[in-house]
Design a protein around this ligand. Structure first.
Ligand SMILES: Cc1cc2nc3c(=O)[nH]c(=O)nc-3n(C[C@H](O)[C@H](O)[C@H](O)COP(=O)(O)OP(=O)(O)OC[C@H]3O[C@@H](n4cnc5c(N)ncnc54)[C@H](O)[C@@H]3O)c2cc1C
Length: 302
């Protein structure tokens, strides 16, 4: 990332919300469920699958957490009604983890049960390291209760992840593997770009060795090549794995992956709590300074 872009990442919280909103609009389907439905319909039409995320990590009360769980019920209904090919992704903080483990568990269980009623699947996103243990515990508890339509996310950035794979292996979890967006302390996380890549490749092979279904979630072409080589060498069929990307990130690369015959799932967030998610996406955009400058000039130029 260029120096100016890096400097701007640090200043992002000071950028006015309307600017953040405009420059991050490519990453979010919109505020309403209808927006997500429209975007997923388009993605399906392009041969892509989706996973819908109801944005909500800024929630502050148990009622708001329950409302997010309720919105997921509406999402499943809409997906069935519209015959769309999409599962959902949930954040444990949006379901109330910071307000209480039991509250979150109750909400998560309700979402997973609604998904099961409609033959759908729930991916539990992984958030910052303060939530890793609780998130894995919630996942284990759901599996122990017999819920099979639920999957987890592991982050290559965390040094613990290979050990987590070994500990989870007997459950043969359905895993999304990503680098991990949260910047964690050096004691628990790799900070070096190549070390994260190496970890990603190691974890990916460890998951495949354990017989897991993996959603390889990255826009990093080096890692995508590594994954494609693994698929080939292991003789995996189209249904045995998937690639995953974020809405609004490297869409041309996505088109290419679909053309090559891979199953590709696009992470599609919607909702009114868009700010925290938008900041994280902008923080990773290598051309963020240019986008913000262009937006500011556009506004002043009116
Ligand atoms: C489907 C999906 C689900 C995810 N779920 C989680 C999760 O649950 N928990 C979690 O911690 N993280 C999650 N992430 C985020 C992930 O951890 C990374 O932060 C993010 O994907 C960027 O890493 P990368 O592997 O694409 O590699 P990078 O090296 O960061 O990016 C590779 C290239 O992609 C492009 N790019 C990446 N991000 C952007 C952007 N925002 N705007 C424009 N271009 C960009 C750039 O060209 C960059 O050079 C998820 C990512 C995906 C794709």
């Amino acid at each position: 990332m260029a120096l100016l872009d890096r400097a701007l990442v640090r200043l992002l919280p000071a950028v006015p919300k309307p600017v953040v909103r405009r420059v991050s609009s490519r990453y979010i389907a919109g505020e309403e469920l209808g927006d997500a439905v429209r975007v997923v319909r388009q993605l399906n039409g392009e041969g892509k699958l989706a996973t819908i995320d109801v944005l909500g990590e800024e929630i502050a009360s148990p009622d708001e957490a329950r409302a997010i769980a309720g919105t997921y019920r509406e999402v499943f209904e809409a997906l069935e009604r519209e015959r769309l090919d999409s599962n959902v992704s949930v954040k444990v903080t949006a379901l109330g983890l910071k307000l209480g483990y039991d509250l979150c568990r109750e909400n998560l269980e309700a979402v997973v049960a609604h998904a099961a009623e409609r033959g759908n699947f729930v991916r539990i996103d992984m958030e910052d390291a303060s939530t890793t243990d609780d998130t894995l515990r919630l996942y284990r508890e759901l599996r122990a209760e017999g819920h099979e339509n639920v999957g987890i996310v592991l982050q290559a950035r965390l040094k613990r992840t290979l050990a987590d794979v070994a500990a989870l292996a007997e459950l043969r979890p359905n895993v999304r593997l990503c680098k991990g967006i949260y910047l964690e302390p050096a004691e628990i996380a790799f900070r070096d770009f190549d070390a994260v890549r190496t970890s990603f490749a190691q974890v990916l092979h460890a998951l495949w060795d354990a017989g897991c279904y993996v959603g390889v979630a990255t826009h990093d072409e080096w890692l995508l090549e590594e994954a494609k080589r693994g698929v080939e060498a292991r003789g995996l069929g189209r249904e045995d794995y998937e690639l995953q990307m974020l809405l609004g990130v490297r869409p041309a690369l996505g088109v290419e992956l679909v053309r090559e015959g891979h199953r590709l799932r696009i992470y599609t967030p919607f909702g009114r709590h868009w700010y925290a998610y938008s900041l994280r996406r902008l923080q990773e955009n290598p051309k963020i300074a240019g986008y913000i400058a262009a937006d500011t000039l556009r506004v002043f130029g009116r």
